[in-house]
Design a protein around this ligand. Sequence first.
Ligand code: NDP
Length: 532
Amino acid sequence: MKTTSSRPQSTARSPKTTNGRHNGKGGVHRGPTQPVPQVSSKVSSWLARPKHNLIDGQWVPAASGKTFASPNPADGSVLARVPDGDREDIDRAVKAARKAFERGNWRRMTPSERGQLLWRVGDLLLEHADEFAELESLDNGKPRAVARAADVPLAADLFHYMAGWATKLEGSTIPISVPYAPGARFHAFTLREPVGVVGQIIPWNFPLLMAAWKLGPALATGNCVVLKPAEQTPLSALRLGELLLQAGLPEGVVNVVTGYGETAGAALAAHEDVDKVAFTGSTEVGKLIVRAASGNLKKVSLELGGKSPNIVFQDTTNLEAAIQGAANAIFFNHGQCCCAGSRLLVEKVIFDEVVSGVAQAAKQIKLGPGLAPDTQMGPLVSEEQLNRVTRYLHQGKQDGACYVTGGSRSGEQGYFVQPTVATGVNPRMSIVREEIFGPVVVAEPFTTLEEVIPRVNATPYGLAAGVWTKDIAKAHRVAAELKAGTVWINCYNIFDAALPFGGYKQSGWGREMGHEVLELYTETKAVVVNIS
Ligand code: NDP
């Protein structure tokens, strides 16, 4: 984990590599069957321009002048260098956000104007969808087609959805009795007000989408923001900053500071003039954020890790769909999803059939660079993540797990890992207990509903779960008994801007999206008027 490393460094940490052909046991790793397209001229000319932080409406280098490289995880080449922002840059950004919040045009904008502005951001994202999909694919490694079909439209939709809330942040009138003031009359009501200056720290698995999840509700409710993207994937947040200015966002309302977690992130979480911090990432860093936030008791919302179960009953309506659903649940985004269905629990009588179906699906996944049109799974985001995942695989093998397919790195170049299905596991193994954040699913048989529920709830996490059955009573019972923020029945990974998302237990605090997220970004003020 980076939290213990002695960085920051100011050079790319990834070895330069080339595109090769490799045969893996899990997944088909090969050079693309069609040539990998060149980076488009639009994206390459954007990448070639110097990258600066967005502070107070201006694009500025890091105060230290230092930069670090954002590498392409498919081949290790440097895509761009970005500012190595630290405490000083965060402080400048917080000052800009404070000024914009207290004295800028932002406060005077009507809710309708705010909503229209957010709507424009959604429109601009759609206008530039190809460009964002390409950037996201290059920086994160995910297939461009996936970014184009999911990440970018979901991000645009989030801004469109949140645009509507800007005009609907209503308080209420409250009839009060005040027993110690007999005869007095009062008019009491509540106001919903923005929290103030918000620090937002986001991860690398869905860089643009996580920026949208954070910025959309913060802006709809009238806050000002300092956003710190992940060091591995800073590019789409910087490009989004340009669109925000283009949409007409006043200076200082959104500031984007690239930098490392231990420096820029920690400074933001601890800053005395930040009123709230919103974080998505590992549970370990989530705990550091809570500690850092305690100095001024800023509000904290957290979207953290998971070890989400996907439970397949023998009476599932469509076994093929359940098998495909189980494969998608873990292999989507290379398993780098906080809600990945990384524990597959299958009723014993169909265990072998389901495991062999998921393994078959895993073997057919085409690994390759994100820009190749036939790529279904790209590289993991970084060498660090590759090492982390392969360490888990190694440990799992030592502990006695059996890899039906996969089980190791794919090829020698780029950060590719074979889609892996493990059996013969037990709850003491780290691959069963801990979040791997890679394309690795552990499959376990179960015999009864009564037995499986406590088993899957026996984890510190509680983010998401899947259930496959045609028995409606069973489906509802399981949904009610699972300790998880989201339960998908006969589906998995279904997201919508209107659906709240977040975790029980150590998977987080608060809910993102839907109207519930507005609670995280507003204060309620009670006003009492004496009308006696
Ligand atoms: P982190 O939790 O370290 O990173 C998430 C964000 O937090 C990044 O912007 C990071 O900055 C920042 N950060 C790191 N340390 C601090 C700190 N001390 N104070 C403030 N901010 C900080 O995740 P990793 O990238 O290290 O991934 C490790 C594991 O975390 C993964 O394998 C996975 O298990 C989990 N994870 C979960 C995610 C989720 O969606 N729930 C998303 C990503 C990871 P920077 O990257 O610049 O160092």
